[in-house]
Ligand binder design. Structure first.
Ligand code: HAM
Length: 405
């Protein structure tokens, strides 16, 4: 990623960080390399991510530990949370993290083998108000970036009601066996929920059982409250009964934010609740919920939505002669401290070439200093848009550049 796309990624990360801080989340740094076992036990052995997409290898240590480049952030956060003893000493935590993740996928626009995620995780809050707050955060990140994105949501039930739903899916899969693709044949017994989001069998899946018809009273009331509170806070949610998410740990709420105008890889945020995960990983019975933002995809969405303005310098500085060069370096430093975006140009090129360069950079002003200006404590300030030049005292320069529009 270079130029506008890299800028889009930085903007997306900065917005996500800002929103996380406003909601009183604290940062956690997690390793990119973890044991394979961690992901097998959490992301799930039957998930595509673990089964097919993980970059794993045997470490050359004595135990020949099987390690993997993380395919997602949640398991590492859960591991760190338990290892720090927080599940027992201070279970309620709000954490955010950011960094590269790796999945061996078929690369295409918006789907990469190394991509970046910004994630948030909340532990110790089983109440639906927390789900709604998480949805608001996703919505706020999109709004802050000027991105139109729709929030789709589903509830996939919990340990009480999921078994019946799962059984119904297995039964449906067996009844439709001959019409299902080969991958789905394997999914029927191993991971029947994935029958619902198969790209190949999408049409057929419309006739599959819906999780919403199987929810127990607690899950139903949780789901309704999440949607009601989200609506009250200004986030419209649309139910997608086929939204099951590809990772095995989810319970109850599952959601995705879909950006407009992105084509196939349009899910920019995915997340959900994972109430049994901390306990399954050896910790206390603590609820969890979070989301991951696909930073690369967010950048593509921003570009498609024309929300990326290329960054232009406020001014370039052109110093003519050795004395002006030495003085100009110090002057540039004071302007940088005023938060102005200034590029000093090469002293080895002619004025005409330098002005052409300034134009190419899209600078509004050129600040020109020669021996004469230096002696009088002034600069020539050339407005490159209007084509006008005037003399400005050095002491007035920062102010003149700052109120350029
Ligand atoms: P995920 O849906 O697998 O969830 O990934 C989150 C986001 O990462 C996706 O919505 C998408 O924007 C982006 N993404 C996924 N794969 C790729 C790829 N190959 N190339 C580019 N972007 C991609 C998780 O990873 C969960 N850990 C989210 C979570 C946190 N759930 C609860 N807490």
């Amino acid at each position: 990623m270079i130029g506008a796309e890299a800028l889009g990624m930085s903007n997306a990360e900065a917005a996500a960080r800002e929103i996380a801080l406003r909601h009183n989340f604290t940062e956690i740094r997690i390793p990119a390399l973890e044991r394979v076992e961690l992901f097998a036990r959490s992301t799930g052995e039957t998930s595509d991510v673990v089964e097919k997409q993980m970059y794993s290898f045997l470490d050359r240590d004595e135990a020949e530990t099987a390690v993997a480049l993380r395919p997602e952030g949640t398991p590492g956060v859960v591991r760190a949370y338990i290892e720090a003893g927080l599940d027992r000493s201070a279970p309620e935590q709000r954490l955010f993290y950011s960094g590269p993740v790796f999945r061996r996928e078929r690369p295409q626009r918006g789907r990469y083998r190394q991509f970046y995620q910004f994630g948030v995780e909340v532990f110790g809050r089983a109440d639906p108000a927390c789900d709604a707050e998480i949805l608001v955060m996703g919505d706020e990140v999109c709004k802050m970036l000027g991105l139109a994105a729709a929030c789709t949501i589903n509830s996939i039930g919990d340990a009480v009601c999921r078994p019946a739903f799962r059984a119904a899916l297995v039964e449906w899969g067996r009844a439709n066996f001959d019409r299902l693709c080969e991958d789905c044949h394997n999914r029927i017994d191993r991971n029947p929920l994935r029958l619902l989001d198969c790209k190949i069998d999408a049409k057929l899946a419309e006739s599959a059982p819906s999780s919403l018809d199987y929810l127990c009273d607690d899950c139903r009331s949780h789901f309704e409250t999440v949607r009601r509170l989200a609506t009250a806070a200004g986030v419209e949610t649309t139910i997608n009964p086929r939204l099951v998410r590809g990772l095995d740990y989810y319970t109850r709420t599952a959601f995705e934010f879909i950006a407009e105008g992105l084509g196939a890889q349009s899910t920019v945020i995915g997340g959900g609740r994972y109430d049994g995960l901390v306990e399954a990983m050896g910790g206390a019975a603590v609820a969890g919920i979070g989301f991951g933002i696909g930073i690369d995809r967010m950048a593509l969405a921003l570009e498609a939505a024309k929300q990326l303005r290329p960054t232009m310098p406020d001014a370039v500085m052109i110093m003519l002669g050795d004395k002006a060069l030495a003085h100009g370096a110090a002057l540039a430093r004071t302007l940088h401290r005023e938060r102005l975006r200034i590029e000093t140009l090469s002293p080895e090129r002619k004025l005409k070439a330098l002005l052409a360069r300034a134009d190419k950079l899209g600078a509004r002003f050129a600040v020109i200093i020669g021996e004469d200006e230096l002696a009088r404590g002034v600069v020539q300030l050339r407005d490159l848009t209007l084509g006008k030049q005037r003399e400005v005292a050095e002491s007035e320069l920062a102010a003149a550049l700052a109120k350029s529009d």
